[in-house]
Ligand binder design. Structure first.
Ligand code: AMP
Ligand code: ZN
Ligand code: FE
Ligand code: FE
Length: 292
């Protein structure tokens, strides 16, 4: 059984529609797929329909923009009720922060002599609900300023580069609680990834676990073998679920092919069991896992 618990569609910064992510998962020989767009459940319905048609188990999820110790951190939330008012309000605020950031980034880039406009960014991100730096990168590619998203981040968009602008995010510990109250479970995405947070060591993760964090995404392309071993050790010590995934973004991210990392079936079972308990405890109307 092959299980990939972290993927993006064009509702955020992936490059293919939710339906095509499911089809690609099928073609890649995956049995279970989680769609986890940034800060939105917008792709769930289309993905669920495709999963049903094409014989893939779909776990609805999202990757939520958070902050820990003043730096960005991503939280994977599986099976929460996205209409739970406090969670819905937090997601709305994050999405608004994404929209508000774009004109500021464009203005900074124009000050560098690059003739980019918000309209160009809007054109390359038609189906996206969560507007991100990758869309600004795509506009820069169209303008011929850079070759690909990677170069756009390296030269302009990453923290510390001249086009960088911060945006709104929620404190990680608070979001872990919100996800739990919304009837879902949470897994820390790529804790030590390139764009993440070395501040997240054993004591920090222990605090999050106390707040209700269920698991750690250990097997991710951003983690080297040494980091994976250390994270596995933390997970064992705190009795956390261990996941693995591709963080697929379609053509938007090289070396993140579907199924390049996978989750052990016993770990998925634990995750789904915990999600069921969270749903029952919350009384929320949570989404269902789609079984074909
Ligand atoms: P944002 O959500 O707007 O803050 O942008 C962050 C997103 O950009 C993350 O989800 C990453 O997947 C993506 N990203 C970060 N660095 C790169 C890169 N070098 N190439 C392509 N995508 C990237
Ligand atoms: Zn992304
Ligand atoms: Fe991420
Ligand atoms: Fe991601």
């Amino acid at each position: 059984m092959r299980i990939d618990l972290h993927t993006h569609s064009d509702r955020s910064d992936g490059t293919t529609p939710p339906r095509d992510v499911v089809l690609a998962a099928r073609a890649a020989g995956l049995d279970v797929l989680a769609l986890t767009d940034h800060d939105t459940a917008e792709g769930w319905a289309e993905a669920a329909e495709a999963a049903h048609e094409h014989g893939v188990v779909l776990v609805p999820g999202m990757e939520i923009s958070c902050r820990f110790a003043g730096r960005s951190a991503h939280l994977l939330a599986y099976l929460p009720d996205p209409s739970y008012p406090p969670l819905a309000a937090a997601l709305d605020r994050i999405l608004a922060g994404r929209d508000e950031r774009t004109p500021h980034v464009c203005a900074k880039l124009r000050a560098l002599g690059i003739p980019i406009t918000e309209e160009m960014v809007a054109r390359v991100s038609v189906d996206a609900v969560a507007l991100g730096r990758p869309h600004i990168a795509d506009a820069l590619v169209e303008l011929g300023v850079v070759r690909d998203r990677d170069e756009a981040f390296d030269r302009y968009l990453s923290a510390g580069r001249p086009g960088y602008v911060e945006r709104y995010a929620v404190e990680l510990e608070e979001m872990v609680g919100l996800v739990r109250d919304a009837g879902g479970v949470s897994v820390l995405a790529h804790p030590w990834g390139r764009h993440s947070n070395a501040a997240l060591q054993l004591d920090g993760v222990a605090r999050l676990a106390q707040a209700g964090l269920l698991g750690l995404e250990v097997d991710h392309q951003d983690h080297d073998p040494r980091q994976r071993a250390a994270l596995r050790g933390i997970a064992a010590e705190l009795d956390l679920v261990v996941t693995g995934s591709s963080d697929f973004h379609g053509a938007g991210k090289a070396d993140h092919d579907l199924g390049c990392n996978t989750t052990d079936p016993a770990q998925l079972e634990r995750l789904l069991g915990a999600a069921e308990a969270a749903a029952a405890g919350s009384g929320r109307n949570v989404p269902e896992v789609v079984h074909p």
